[in-house]
Write a protein that binds this ligand. Structure first.
Ligand SMILES: N[C@@H](CCC(=O)N[C@@H](CS)C(=O)NCC(=O)O)C(=O)O
Length: 214
């Protein structure tokens, strides 16, 4: 299998965690932000993540994690609420986490991939959220940091009580929350640990299988 991704993507990170938990081999293909020819050719779109398994191409991370259930390894959706919490992390929580992360992601993409990539990143976000959105989120960073922590409070309590986001074993919900923290960490290195949230980030998994932190 091949996974096409942007390294910061929370959804790609979620899929990587699921692949690792299921001990499935795959090749990671990093797509440069301004060079998407391969992505378009393979998927017909410009978004990540995309999973390629032989002739099968799967887009949209919840569909990818569902597909991975058919590929063996331990189930990551044994608990009936695991996929509900995956959707919470992917959508509801991501709306806030993304606003916290976005300014740092813009800076990082610019530093690593150059001015064209930085401008394209900004354009993509401004087309969706309006002109000046990243600058506004930058100015409101402490507000989004507080909102992010508040949203995670019940998740922290659940993990403290049972070790997992839901149920008594690791699930796609843990991977989805950890994926969002990966995005925040990509943007704001050290923020996750400084705010006592490392317990939510599948640290043991990262250390044992070498998934890129967090
Ligand atoms: N619902 C999709 C969302 C995927 C998504 O939003 N991907 C972002 C990266 S995190 C993307 O490809 N954005 C296009 C861009 O930045 O040009 C999923 O779960 O896979």
């Amino acid at each position: 299998m091949r996974l096409l991704q942007f390294s910061y993507s929370p959804f790609a990170a979620k899929v990587r965690y699921c692949l690792a938990l299921k001990q499935l081999d795959y090749e990671l293909v990093e797509i440069p932000y301004t060079q998407r020819a391969e992505l378009v050719k393979v998927s017909g779109g410009i978004g990540v993540p995309v999973l390629v398994d032989g002739a099968t191409v799967v887009t949209d991370s919840p569909r990818i994690t569902a597909y991975l259930e058919t590929k063996g390894g331990p189930s990551l959706r044994a608990h009936p609420l695991a996929t509900v919490l995956e959707q919470w992390a992917d959508n509801w929580f991501e709306e806030t986490a993304f606003r916290l992360a976005c300014p740092g992601l813009e800076d990082r993409i610019g530093n690593e991939q150059g001015e064209e990539a930085r401008l394209m990143f900004r354009l993509v976000k401004e087309r969706r959220y309006g002109a000046g959105c990243i600058a506004a989120w930058r100015a409101d960073q402490s507000k989004y940091a507080e909102e992010t922590k508040a949203m995670l409070e019940p998740i922290v309590k659940a993990v403290q009580a049972s070790g997992f986001v839901v149920g008594d074993s690791v699930s796609v919900a843990d991977a989805a929350v950890a994926g969002q923290l990966h995005m925040i960490e990509s943007a704001l290195p050290g923020w996750v640990e400084a705010n006592g949230l490392l317990s939510l980030s599948l640290r043991a998994l990262r250390e044992s299988v070498g998934v890129r932190a967090p």
